[in-house]
Write a protein that binds this ligand. Structure first.
Ligand code: XIL
Length: 404
């Protein structure tokens, strides 16, 4: 009896979330940042009249005039994927090893060869961010995302979807329009369902909620936090699952790789979501690192293991390592970078639920870091000339050791 009651209330809450409807009882407000929805509403929820249709992507005006041009294969080889690359070894280990990419590089043969020979996954660096994919209230522009997915199909790459809910990359029509809370819920629901159902079955994993936390472990005061409240997190996961039941749904963040206040809060939130029956499948560790002060192997492993003990996957989603703000010799810096890549990759191999390792970009030539910091940098596994760096060889060594 007690058991039955424990399950009924979360189920009713999920039913309420899934309706995306207006006029529902509001979600209980959360005081403790680590728990997004209350499990014990004071009153028994009443039967809910759903307004599901209003958030059914099929009823939304999708943009039609923007053709998505699938790229044509730019090289043909009877042995397209050489042996003894990261890709060939990762394939045999059921591991995804990916790089963030952009369809605009897909006519660059050097880029395409490196990406498709060395990686079995491509992550969507920008093409599915809100300002690109949903630039006007009634217009979804899937052209860049579709081109990337088509490219991935040609070369048999898995696609890592990024990002459904974030605090950046919103067009002004989103941020500068005033709406009621119910209208904000409706807007987010429509966006998530439209995008995820457009790519249904084609995305291995989605970063559903990205960078939701401050470093002290409190929830960031993002647009969605302000307009909807902390319940936005659970809602987003629920809507994504309804629109694409097979994608792995990920809570993604940075500076939460080791053991600290932020990773503690992420752990508690994920645990709370699972207890409430919210469909979360894993936690993403962005792994944007600085040369000095990366997490120790011990704390990285401890954090990965406690998450996998919750029955969650753990993904390395955006790894890169900035070097150029440090003044040491280039040998010291390269050694430190190499060692950190080795430790992170080795930790991923040691934890069975670490199934994805993605670097945020393919080569130093296309890294986002110089634009972000204003300084040149070399944060990735391949250099400006597409040549492997020492960190690449360490990763290859670790992969090869798996077969000895
Ligand atoms: C970055 C892209 O790499 C840049 O090209 C873009 O100008 C800004 O966003 N964390 C994230 C990513 O989750 O979406 C960010 O990507 C890098 C930090």
């Amino acid at each position: 009896m007690v058991m039955r009651e424990r399950w009924i209330i979360p189920m009713l809450i999920l039913l309420m979330i899934s309706s995306c409807s207006l006029g529902l009882p509001s979600f209980p407000k959360m005081n403790n940042a680590s728990r997004p929805i209350a499990t014990k509403p004071s009153a028994q929820p009443k039967a809910v009249k759903t307004n599901f249709q209003s958030c059914d992507p099929k009823n939304l005006p999708l943009s039609e005039g923007i053709p998505s041009v699938p790229p044509t294969p730019i090289y043909n080889s009877s042995v397209p994927y050489p042996n003894n690359t990261m890709r060939s070894l990762a394939d045999q280990l059921n591991l995804y090893i990916g790089a963030a990419g952009d369809a605009r590089q897909y006519s660059n043969i050097e880029y395409v060869k490196l990406l498709t020979h060395e990686f079995n996954m491509v992550a969507v660096e920008n093409a599915m961010k809100w300002h690109i994919i949903h630039p006007e209230p009634d217009i979804y522009d899937f052209s860049r995302g579709d081109a990337l997915v088509a490219f991935a199909k040609i070369y048999d790459l898995a696609v890592y979807g990024h990002v459904l809910v974030w605090d950046y990359a919103y067009p002004t029509w989103v941020t500068e329009t005033s709406r009621t809370r119910d209208e904000w819920i409706q807007l987010l629901c429509e966006h998530i369902k439209t995008v995820t159902s457009h790519y249904q079955g084609q995305i291995y994993a989605w970063d559903v909620v990205n960078e939701a936390f401050n470093n002290d472990g409190s929830l960031r005061n993002t647009l969605w936090m302000q307009k909807i409240g902390p319940e936005y997190v659970a809602m987003a996961f629920q809507w994504a699952r309804e629109a694409d039941p097979n994608a792995h749904l990920i809570l993604n963040d940075h500076f939460a790789e080791g053991m600290n206040s932020k990773s503690e809060a992420i752990y508690s939130l994920a645990k709370g979501l699972l207890m409430d029956g919210v469909p979360i499948d894993g936690v993403g560790m962005q792994m944007h690192l600085l040369l000095w002060g990366p997490p120790t192997t011990e704390e990285l492993l401890m954090n990965m293991k406690r998450l996998s003990d919750l029955d969650l996957d753990v993904h390395i989603t955006e790894m890169d390592l900035r070097m150029n703000l440090s003044s040491e010799s280039s040998k010291v810096k390269t050694d430190a970078q190499t060692d950190t890549y080795r430790r992170v990759f080795d930790s991923c191999l040691a934890v069975p639920r670490c199934k994805v390792f993605v670097t945020w970009g393919l080569t130093d030539k296309y890294s986002w870091i110089p634009d972000y910091t204003g300084y040149p940098d070399t944060p990735l596994l391949f250099d400006e000339n597409f040549q492997p760096k020492p960190a690449y060889y360490e990763i290859m060594k670790l992969l090869q050791e798996q077969f000895q």
